[in-house]
Each structure stands twice: as structure tokens, then as C-alpha cells.
Design a binder for this molecule. Structure first.
Ligand SMILES: *Cc1c(COP(=O)(O)O)cnc(C)c1O
Length: 376
């Protein structure tokens, strides 16, 4: 322990770093509760840690005299996501994570329709409610069904009650606790029935944005087929990264009036933060370039392993819930010892494991053994 951080001697810095390294190495072993892929390798990029790469402002606009950015890599990554979600004429940027993407989605909604009411299910991520608070958008919470999916009947009643106001909606493409998917198609039908034509549909696809497109039978995420307004995806979840990041995408016409020109930066102020980590863009591009062809295979393996975990939990009386197209297995909260060792995420009397790439069947067997032992 450093007593005074300002006058620590070399050895104590060494000790602290070594201890922390040890702690990190160990936590990787049993990190089962959080949707973070830990199976990544960016070591080829370590040279770039020497530079300050700043993608300040709009990713698509830069002065040719400014050379310390990685906006070409950012654009390539965004292009890849735009294709994945069938979005022509896209705009977006690499964010600090899913949360910033959610804030941006709601911000766009409010800029488009300043007098909106905001609707989202109670199973939505905390960043969604926070974004509504930040932006002072009146929020109407909608109940969730038992599996975590939005209650469509209640949504219809609430929309109908405010049918003369425009609407901003958040749909979860994979809720945090139960991996539930709100169906875009059903919500679009409801909007038609209640005759609300001015709406902004934001999709929180933090994890699901990297799962659904790679599962044949899954609901499509398509800007072409549906009037989606924006989508936010986490980068450090399925793709995995030591630096936290994500992407937000929208239709280019929605940002036309958002940002003004900042002359000395040679770009437009269209993003939430000003300076942005350019390493993020480089990391994301690198992950897509090296693993893009393998994502589908990774998704299938995670789905299979999630089903395996569900079946094993079922056998030992843990009442698991695994939604379709999801890798999040929720179950009855086990004894504290097991929760602690495996870093299970807990909410009320529910625990969950997110079966990411590093949760192998062997790991699952170990977890089941621990659960059986705790029961005995
Ligand atoms: C994790 C998560 C977020 C937030 O993503 P960060 O990258 O941690 O900011 C948003 N929505 C859902 C559904 C999530 O699971």
C-alpha cells in the first residue's frame, strides 16, 4: 500500500504494479458474470501506445493538415457496421461504449422531435434512463414480461394515450440481465396502429448487435426494412478490448443540423465528447480486419455453450432462463461463495452468466461442480 502517493519509491511502484497484475491475471480465470470477451490479442498494435491519436469531432470531416488521427480506420469500421445493419448513407462514430451511444441516440431523437415522450421497458440498461434524465425527456416506463421483453400491450396503451405527441422509443436488442429482445417489427406495427408518424426508434444493441446478424433465424436488424433511427453497440463486449469503446450509427440526414464547424480543429462538433480516443478506432478496425470472418463461428460456439450451461443448470434445479438468440443464462441466485468466486452478476434473487468466448464447456463443468458442492 502506498501511504503517500506523491513520494512512493520505485520498489513500491513495482510492488503495486506486480500485485495488480497478479489480481488481473486471476480475475480473468473466473469472470463469468459480465458480457466481456476476454479472448483478444491486440499485441501487434502496442507501438501505437507511443502516440496521442485523437479523433476529435466528426469522423468523416478532417483537415488534411491534421495528421494525428485515425479517422480512416474509424470510417472503415463504421462502414462495416453499416453493411451489417443494412444502412445506406450512414453516419456514426466510435464512442466510449454502449452508454454514450445510447445518450447519442436519445439526443438525436430529441433534436428531431423536441416535444417527445420517451418509452423504454423497465429492463432497459441504466444508461437509458440516465440519458432521458440528462436530456430532460419525459420518460414513461413500460413493464417487461417475465422473460425481460417489453410488454407490447402496455406499450400500445401508453402510446395511444399520448398519440398526439411524438415518441422516442428505446428497444433492447438483448437486455442486460436476461438477454431479451424487443421485437422491432411488433413495435413498428403498434406505431402504425396508434397512428404516430413522428417517432425516433433507438436500438440498444450493446451485446445483441454482434449476435443477431450472425444467427440465421434471428430477428433482422435492418435500417432498410424498418424505420430504425439509431443503434448503439458496445465494442468491448462481444468483440472485446482492453480499452472500452462502442459505436453509434444513424441515418446521415438526421445529423445535418447537429454540429457546428470548429475552425481550429478542421472538423464539425457532431459527437458528444470533443477529443476522442483514436486508438479505439484502430483497435476496432483491427478486430474486424483479423476476426471479421470468424465472428459467425464465435457466435455459434457461444450459443451452443449457453445451451449447454442451461441444460446443466436445469438438471441440478437452478431453473435457468435462456432467451432465444441470447447467450445470457439467468438462474436462481446461488450461495454467496459461488457468486463471489465466479463474479456472477446479481439482481434481486437472480444471477446470470454471460457465455462469452472464454467460457468453455470445461469452465461450465467447473462452475456446475462448484454449485453442486455448495448445495451439498
Ligand atoms: C452493457 C450494456 C450497455 C452499456 O454499455 P457500456 O459499453 O458498458 O457503456 C447498454 N445497454 C445494455 C443492454 C448493456 O448490456
Amino acid at each position: 500500500m502506498i501511504t503517500s502517493p506523491l513520494c512512493s519509491v520505485e520498489e513500491s511502484i513495482d510492488t503495486l504494479l506486480n500485485d495488480f497484475l497478479e489480481q488481473m491475471t486471476q480475475q480473468v480465470e473466473f469472470n463469468a458474470g459480465y458480457s466481456e470477451n476476454l479472448a483478444f490479442d491486440y499485441s501487434r498494435l502496442w507501438h501505437f501506445l507511443r502516440y496521442n491519436i485523437n479523433n476529435a469531432g466528426d469522423p468523416f470531416i478532417y483537415d488534411k493538415f491534421v495528421k494525428s488521427h485515425a479517422k480512416e480506420f474509424e470510417q472503415k469500421s463504421l462502414q462495416w457496421f453499416a453493411q451489417l445493419y443494412e444502412l445506406q448513407n450512414h453516419w456514426g462514430y466510435v464512442t466510449t461504449g454502449g452508454s454514450e451511444g445510447n445518450i447519442y441516440g436519445l439526443f438525436l431523437g430529441r433534436e428531431r422531435y423536441p416535444d417527445s415522450v420517451f418509452y423504454a421497458s423497465k429492463d432497459s440498461h441504466y444508461s437509458i434512463v440516465k440519458a432521458a434524465r440528462l436530456l430532460r425527456i419525459p420518460y414513461t416506463p413500460i413493464d417487461s414480461q417475465l422473460n425481460g421483453e417489453i410488454d407490447y400491450d402496455q406499450l400500445e396503451r401508453e402510446l395511444s394515450a399520448h398519440r398526439h405527441q411524438s415518441a422516442i422509443l428505446n428497444l433492447n436488442l438483448g437486455t442486460t440481465m436476461k438477454g431479451a429482445i424487443d421485437r422491432i417489427e411488433r413495435v413498428v406495427d403498434i406505431l402504425k396502429r396508434v397512428n404516430i408518424t413522428q417517432f425516433h426508434l433507438h436500438c440498444d444493441a450493446a451485446l445483441g448487435g454482434m449476435l443477431l446478424p450472425f444467427i440465421d433465424s434471428a430477428p433482422k436488424i435492418s435500417f432498410q426494412d424498418y424505420p430504425i433511427g439509431s443503434i448503439a453497440v458496445s465494442g468491448h463486449k462481444f468483440i472485446g478490448s482492453p480499452i472500452h469503446f462502442g459505436i453509434v450509427l444513424t441515418r446521415r440526414e438526421y445529423v445535418q443540423k447537429i454540429g457546428k464547424r470548429i475552425e481550429y480543429l478542421g472538423t464539425d462538433d457532431t459527437t458528444i465528447t470533443g477529443s476522442r480516443c483514436g486508438l479505439n478506432a484502430l483497435f476496432l478496425w483491427y478486430a474486424i480486419a483479423t476476426r471479421g470472418q470468424k465472428f459467425a463461428r464465435e457466435v455459434v460456439t457461444c450459443l451452443e455453450n449457453a445451451q449447454y450451461l442451461r441444460d446443466r443448470l436445469q438438471q441440478i434445479g437452478y431453473n435457468p432462463l435462456l432467451n432465444d438468440f441470447s447467450i445470457t443464462v439467468a438462474f436462481k441466485k446461488p450461495p454467496a461463495k459461488v457468486c463471489d468466486k465466479w463474479q456472477l452478476a446479481i439482481e434481486g434473487n437472480l444471477a446470470h452468466v454471460v457465455v462469452m468466448q472464454h467460457i468453455s464447456t470445461q469452465k461450465i463443468n467447473e462452475l456446475i461442480d462448484d454449485l453442486l458442492q455448495a448445495q451439498a
